[in-house]
Write a protein that binds this ligand. Structure first.
Ligand SMILES: C[S@@+](CC[C@H](N)C(=O)[O-])C[C@H]1O[C@@H](n2cnc3c(N)ncnc32)[C@H](O)[C@@H]1O
Length: 244
C-alpha cells in the first residue's frame, strides 16, 4: 500500500493550517462575540434592511436558486410521500418555492423566519395561499413534537451563536424517520467571504455532522449540486439528515 511520508504529512498539515488562518482572517467573528439576543437583533436588522431586499436576487446571481431546485427536480432530495414540510429561515422563499413545485398535492407547507420583513417578502414573491407563514425562532419552534415529516433548512444554522439548540428543535419537531435537507456555509475560502457578507459563521463539515448526531439526527447522504461541485468539494455543506 502507498504510504504517505512524514514530510508529505507535515506539508499538508502546514498547508491546511495556513488556509485555516486565512479563512479566520476573512470570516466574520461577530457571532462569537455577542449574546444570543444581540445576535438575533442583528439578524433582524440585516435581513429587515436592504440586504434582505436583495436576498432573492443574490441567490439567483450566486446560482443557489437554480442549483437548489436541481436537488428537488432530480429527486436527490425526494419529496414524494411528504405530508407536512417545514421550511426554516425561509428568507425570500427560495426553498419554499421548490417545496411548492415538487411536493405532492396536499402536502402542508409551513414557512418560518425570525424576520417578519423576510416573511412578508416571501409571501409577496410566492403569491400562494397554500403556505402557512409563522414568525418564529429556530431555537424555539412553536410546534408540537413530531409535527413534520420533512424539514428544509437553508443557510440558517450559521446565524445561531450556538447551533445545537436549533438542531435539537429540528429533531424534536421531526417525526421518527423524518428527513431534513440541511444547507450551510462551509469553512472554505468562499464560505469565509459569505460569512463576512451576511454576518454569519461557517461550519466544519465533520463538526456539524457530529452536532447533528448529538441530537439524534444521522447523516443519510451528502449531496452535491452537480458532479463538478462533488469533484471540487464546492458549493458548501448540503446533506440529507434523518431522525433516528
Ligand atoms: C440566508 S437566508 C436563507 C434563505 C433561504 N432559506 C435560502 O436557502 O436561501 C437566512 C434566513 O434565516 C433567517 N434566520 C436567521 N436566524 C434565524 C433563526 N434563529 N430562526 C429563524 N430564522 C432565522 C433570516 O432572517 C433569513 O431570512
Amino acid at each position: 500500500m502507498h504510504e504517505i511520508s512524514n514530510a508529505t504529512k507535515q506539508r499538508r498539515t502546514k498547508r491546511s493550517e495556513r488556509r485555516a488562518a486565512l479563512h479566520r482572517l476573512i470570516e466574520d467573528d461577530l457571532i462569537s462575540r455577542v449574546s444570543d439576543d444581540e445576535y438575533r437583533r442583528k439578524v433582524k436588522r440585516v435581513y429587515g434592511g436592504p440586504k434582505g431586499a436583495m436576498l432573492a436576487a443574490c441567490s439567483m446571481v450566486s446560482l443557489h436558486i437554480p442549483l437548489g431546485e436541481r436537488l428537488f427536480r432530480t429527486r436527490k432530495f425526494d419529496l414524494a410521500g411528504v405530508r407536512s414540510a417545514l421550511d426554516i429561515g425561509s428568507g425570500a422563499g427560495q426553498i419554499a418555492r421548490h417545496l411548492l413545485k415538487y411536493s405532492d398535492e396536499g402536502t402542508e407547507i409551513t414557512c418560518i423566519d425570525l424576520s417578519h420583513q423576510m416573511l412578508r417578502r416571501a409571501k409577496n414573491r410566492l403569491k400562494s395561499d397554500e403556505l402557512d407563514y409563522v414568525a418564529a425562532d429556530l431555537a424555539n419552534l412553536p410546534f408540537a413534537d413530531e409535527s413534520f415529516d420533512c424539514i428544509t433548512c437553508g443557510y440558517v444554522l450559521e446565524h445561531l451563536p450556538d447551533p445545537e439548540p436549533g438542531l435539537a428543535e429540528m429533531a424534536r419537531v421531526l417525526t421518527k424517520g423524518g428527513r431534513a435537507l440541511l444547507l450551510s456555509t462551509e469553512d472554505s475560502f468562499s464560505g469565509a467571504w459569505t460569512s463576512r457578507l451576511w454576518c454569519c459563521r461557517t461550519f466544519n463539515r465533520q463538526e456539524l455532522m457530529q452536532l447533528c448526531e448529538n441530537v439524534g439526527l444521522r447523516c443519510k447522504q451528502e449531496l452535491w449540486f452537480t458532479r463538478m461541485h462533488k469533484t471540487f468539494r464546492a458549493g458548501g455543506i448540503c446533506v440529507e439528515i434523518q431522525k433516528v
